[in-house]
Design a protein around this ligand. Structure first.
Ligand SMILES: [Zn+2]
Length: 560
């Protein structure tokens, strides 16, 4: 324990003991937040006006007068000016390096026509000829009428520059002819299991590759350099700090990503805490070292694995019991790894036996059902314990499965922004019946299922205000459902904030360390421009983060 931690521990012990509470503390705080409208997230003391911090820990929470006693000559004071203070946000599902990379690559997310899409790609090719154009996050549903792009849209603007830009959900991508050529994809190439090479009427690849078919191109893209990776992580950290995100749970990072996080953690340069869940197919890498769930330091932990059961709704690859309403020929696709369900079950069972936490992406009702089957089999084989199974996304749950979900104590790791995004077209895709249990946050909470909120950044924006706004209003991005899309599934703002702080902390076994504002907890705090509990939920999307404090250090500050 370093001297700062020792002082913080001593202070926590002191203020925790009733006998000394009436006496002024003998230690000065390193940081005090005062004149604040604090939402603590603690039922025993839901509100407060000031917070004292020593080192990286909260040592006291109380009135302005009570906390004033902690102020010393060298105490940093953050005067919140009466504004709302909440615990730092913990995004339970991000792709941190892709997010950081995306901040630096071609942005196609709001390209609202195929002409604009092609123009931006062409501009990029002109400015950096020959360098792979990646990322993009295009959204064909913005075009009228919506249609998938083809290589013909971009070939004449890119020439020899390879293009491989993904749809925003990450489940399909468009390759131009140069990229297809490098990958050796021709009309003769067969669809790989769990993937599809989209073809035109003549049988020629259009350039769109779905799910596992994307790997054919991915494997010929030159790897990121260490320097590019470090730059992406630093950009991502800055972006997170600016939005009040003090913890992220990173889904399927590469081992190279972990090495960068570890380096930054050792240098004390992480400004967001990272819990990393590499792919489940590599579970043994962690297990053989004896690493278990949530192993590490407050800044960087591992011990989880992330798996895939199916694709996405937007790519028609989420796996359902019944066919798609707008594509009656398909029920979607189980992932590559789930093609052999027995093997997937064995791997996950072994990973669980080794003490690793399981986080499984499942979107369609049949995929979720199959994952619950696997979870049930694991409990039966390995015995009951506090293992906190997670279903990532958990978008379309069959009515019959809600109780099973709750009974397994599975956590729903959900992204409300997807609801207001997909809500524009989901009914067309799966019909009026299935949407009633889609993004069913209310039903999940009512059944006692714990929610952990996140964004899936860079699939959706990292901004927590957009996520809370989405959860509380369910107002779709096209403005067509101002009173909410499937409004019965709205949750309240306090419920959303709790799920985004203590809920996400629980999902990573860290609820004793963070997620609420209380003595002894990590000092991760956010000052907001407006009171999100007092204003109309529709206005929350415009709320700004003024100050972000991570581990007692101010990592972002902007003027109101
Ligand atoms: Zn994801």
């Amino acid at each position: 324990m370093d001297s700062v931690s020792a002082r913080a521990a001593a202070a926590v012990v002191c203020v925790g003991a009733a006998v000394c509470c009436s006496r002024p503390p003998t230690l000065a705080a390193d940081l005090v937040v005062t004149h604040a409208n604090v939402w603590t997230g603690e039922t025993s003391r839901p509100s407060a006006a000031a917070i004292a911090v020593i080192g990286d820990r909260i040592v006291d929470v109380g009135s302005v007068e009570e906390i004033e006693r902690w102020r010393g000559a060298s105490t940093t004071v953050v005067d919140a000016g009466g504004r709302r203070v909440v615990p730092g946000f913990n995004d339970a599902h991000v792709h941190f390096v892709s997010g950081g990379t995306q901040l630096d690559s071609v942005d196609l997310k709001d390209a609202d026509s195929e002409a604009e899409f092609a123009r931006r790609i062409g501009e990029r090719a002109r400015s950096r000829p020959g360098q792979w154009i990646l990322g993009g996050d295009w959204d064909d549903q913005r075009w009228s009428p919506p249609r998938l792009p083809t290589r013909d849209d971009v070939d004449d603007r890119t020439n020899g520059t390879p293009v491989f830009v993904n749809r925003y959900d990450g489940h399909m991508a468009l390759a131009n002819s140069a990229a297809l050529g490098r990958a050796g994809i021709t009309e003769q190439t067969a669809d790989p299991p769990g993937g599809e090479i989209v073809r035109d009427a003549r049988g020629l690849p259009t350039g769109v590759l779905k799910d596992a078919a994307m790997d054919l191109v991915r494997k010929v893209i030159p790897a990121m350099t260490a320097e590019q990776r470090l730059r992406a992580v630093k950009r991502a950290l800055e972006h997170a700090a600016s939005l009040g995100v003090t913890s992220v749970q990173d889904m399927n990072p590469s081992y190279e990503d972990l090495a960068v996080y570890a380096d930054l953690a050792n240098r004390g340069e992480l400004t967001a805490r990272i819990y990393a869940a590499p792919l489940e197919t590599g579970w043994y890498d962690q297990a053989r070292l004896g690493i278990r769930r949530s192993f590490g330091s407050p800044w960087l932990r591992i011990g989880a694995v992330k798996g895939f059961a199916d694709g996405s709704l937007g790519s028609t690859t989420a796996y359902f019991f019944q066919p798609y309403a707008d594509a009656p020929g398909t029920r979607g696709l189980l992932s590559d790894e789930m093609q052999d369900v027995a093997q997937m079950r064995n791997r996950l069972m072994a990973a669980d036996h080794a003490g690793l936490q399981l986080c499984i992406h499942a979107i369609g009702d049949a995929a979720i059902s199959q994952v619950l089957d696997i979870f049930g089999a694991i409990v039966k084989a390995n015995g009951a314990r506090d293992r906190r199974f997670r279903i990532e996304h958990a978008q379309h749950i069959a009515s019959k499965d809600f109780d099973r979900f709750a009974g397994l104590d599975a956590i729903a790791s959900v992204q409300p922004y997807h609801a207001i995004d997909d809500g524009r077209w989901a009914e067309r895709r799966i019909g009026p019946e299935r949407i009633t249990t889609t993004y069913a946050f209310r039903s999940l909470l009512d059944r006692g299922v714990r929610l952990a909120l996140g964004t899936d950044w860079d699939v959706a924006p990292l901004n927590p205000m957009l996520t809370i706004h989405a959860a509380a209003t369910r107002a779709t991005l096209d403005g067509r459902n101002p009173n909410g899309w499937v409004p019965a599934q709205k949750i309240t703002v306090p419920e959303a904030v709790a799920a985004y702080t203590s809920g996400s902390a629980f999902a990573e076994f860290q609820e004793k360390e963070k997620g609420t504002i209380a003595r002894g907890k990590l000092a991760d705090l956010v000052v907001l421009s407006d009171d999100i509990f007092g204003i109309a939920p529709a206005a929350i999307k415009d709320v700004q983060v003024l100050t972000t404090i991570a581990g007692g250090r101010v990592v972002h500050q902007r003027n109101p």
